[in-house]
Design a protein around this ligand. Structure first.
Ligand code: NAG
Ligand code: NAG
Ligand code: NAG
Ligand code: ZN
Length: 542
């Protein structure tokens, strides 16, 4: 079962007497059979003790014998039966028997087992002992249930105190140096990681608590637990003087002693230096790690669609001036609120193919938009539910409507932005002219094709855009007479053309402009976007 070899015996002895737990012993012996870690650690400990005592008795056995559990049920009646002889080296390490201890004190084995079962592992600080059992699994499952996540599979993640690496290094040196003559082949690289063993043990337990949900190695849904052990945080500190470069302060980390930094420092430090600064084997801790709140995170999902905006007093995004709100709502908020509550997401990022000014309507088929939904607790909607969601948004306000609402991939979302400059947009503008409009003006405008403009960054956006001259093309225009000083101007332009500036000229910053062309002052009174010719997202048939 444990698939241990004869050559592992001295290593196991050293590790056990140094205060390693049974599972850490398996890790150091590179046992990669997952089932070996899932057995109760007390049983494994007994089995290991039985295994090493075989040679002590001077009757080495076939190691295969230990692989069967039946042979090793001494555990269940250890207190009553003849204890295996204590190896002398072990006995030396035993804590003195506490006076007045309960009835088992008459059995050396009973006391010893109890002692080792209850002491916290010097390497994993309890993580592979009591902290990876049913209690932990229930805690994680309860967090998932409390937040009512919907998911197909989940992946466990675990964050461990960095000092585990220091302690593992110390134990490794301990074994390596004490067994040098026997050239014990313990390669640190081959150790099973605490993290890995922890997951092997917990996966099945968590799955069971969640009614059989598959706990896998890759999933969109992650359930994480973080362990800390303040008592031994100082373990890492000496590394800062041996490798100052490894520990650079970073903005968002509370401590410079991250796992990565500690691993790097341990790779660099010489053995002599390490032994000078740190005990080998490590000092026994008095308590186990404590686990922080369970964190659940579902990867973002992306929702796309097209929106219409039917009013002239709604900004696309919340409009704040000096932290104060100027308009009560915005396109993105009106769209996002029902979507967030449907997917029960924590937040969103909104983006669209261009944007309209607060006083500009967006008509026709609407403007493509996409939203990233952060940590959605629900990640799928049926066609019917999606249509209902669209209806809810439509009914929530007269100001906006959405269509073609659908879940898309992150990659598909980038299609909305790519080649944006090359796309065309159609507009209708209500124009005022100082000079009365004549029939010739109308035909003059209708005949203009592919007019190239030089547009300096408009004054009104200069505070947020770099000063530049951009060339934009008006592909075609048409004029519809309204009265002698007003007409509707239809424009088909390259995306990114500043229409208002083309009409009034922006103090000569856009050339040519409509004032120049019609040889009179002109102004723009209203503007509507008629179409945004981006063929994404695909239309959804009703
Ligand atoms: C060993 O222990 C297991 C579980 O505790 C038990 O089911 C089994 O019968 C025992 N075997 C022997 C040989 O005692
Ligand atoms: C998305 O929004 C979150 C907060 O809502 C922010 O932290 C993150 O940087 C945003 N991501 C992108 C790609 O804009
Ligand atoms: C929402 O409004 C848009 C625009 O008027 C329309 O195309 C779409 O069908 C509406 N959706 C629903 C589900 O009513
Ligand atoms: Zn351990």
């Amino acid at each position: 079962m444990l698939s241990l070899k004869e050559k592992d015996k001295p290593i196991i002895k050293k590790l056990l007497s140094a205060g390693c737990c049974a599972r850490c012993v398996l890790r150091f012996c590179c046992v990669s059979v997952q089932a070996a870690y899932r057995r109760p650690h007390q049983e494994t400990l007994k089995e290991l003790q039985a295994f090493i005592s075989d040679t002590e008795n001077g009757k080495p056995q076939d190691p295969k014998a230990v692989e069967s559990t039946e042979e090793n049920n001494k555990s269940h009646d250890a207190a009553g039966s003849e204890p295996p002889d204590d190896p002398p080296s072990k006995r030396a390490k035993l804590e003195p028997i506490v006076a007045g201890a309960p009835s088992e004190e008459d059995s050396a084995a009973g006391v010893r087992l109890k002692d080792e079962e209850s002491s916290v592992c010097v390497v994993c600080l309890g993580i592979l002992q009591e902290l990876c059992g049913t209690t932990q699994a229930v805690k994680m499952a309860d967090a998932v249930k409390a937040e009512k996540y919907e998911f197909d599979t989940l992946v466990l993640s675990v964050s461990l105190p960095a000092q585990l690496c220091v302690r593992e290094h110390s134990c490794w040196l301990h074994v390596k140096n004490q067994l040098r003559e026997k050239s014990a082949a313990v390669d640190k690289e081959d150790f099973i990681q605490v993290k890995e063993a922890f997951k092997w043990i917990l996966q099945g337990l968590v799955s069971k608590e969640l009614g059989g949900i598959a706990v896998v190695t890759r999933s969109l849904f992650e359930v994480g637990v973080e362990f800390t052990h303040p008592e031994t945080d100082v373990d890492c500190h000496f590394l800062a003087s041996t490798c100052p470069d490894c520990f650079k302060a970073t903005k968002n980390k509370q401590s410079v002693f991250t796992r990565m930094a500690v691993v790097k420092a341990l790779e660099k430090i010489s053995e002599a230096k390490f032994l000078k600064h740190y005990p080998c084997p490590p000092v026994k801790p008095t308590s186990s790690c404590s686990s922080q709140d369970v964190q659940c995170l579902h990867v973002s999902i992306f929702v796309a669609g097209r929106y219409n905006k039917f009013c002239r007093n709604l900004p696309q995004t919340p409009w704040l001036i000096d932290g104060e709100r100027r308009m009560e709502s915005s396109v993105e908020e009106l769209i996002a609120a029902p979507i967030l509550s449907s997917f029960r997401a924590d937040g969103f990022n909104f983006s669209s193919s261009g944007r309209e000014d607060v006083d500009v309507r967006t008509l026709g088929n609407g403007r493509p938009f996409a939203m990233e939904l952060l940590n959605p607790h629900r990640s799928r909607l049926s066609k019917v539910e999606m249509k209902q969601l669209q209806e809810t948004i439509n009914a929530s306000s007269d100001k906006i409507r959405v269509r073609d609402l659908q879940i898309v991939t992150r990659e598909a979302m980038s299609r909305m932005k790519e080649g944006e400059e090359e796309k065309t947009k159609s507009y209708t503008a209500l124009i005022w002219t100082l000079k009365p409009i004549e029939r010739d003006d109308i035909t003059f405008i209708d005949d203009i094709k592919d007019l190239t403009l030089d547009q300096k960054t408009p004054l009104r956006v200069l505070h947020r855009r770099a000063l530049a001259v951009r060339q934009r093309v008006i592909h075609s225009m048409n004029a519809r007479f309204l009265d002698s000083h007003h007409f509707y101007l239809g424009l088909k332009t390259q995306a990114g053309t500043y229409i208002k500036e083309f009409v009034h000229g922006d103090f000569g910053r856009t050339k040519p402009n409509l004032c120049e062309l019609l040889k009179t002052d002109t102004d723009i009174l209203e503007l509507d976007v008629e179409s945004v010719d981006v063929d994404w997202p695909p239309s959804i048939p009703e």
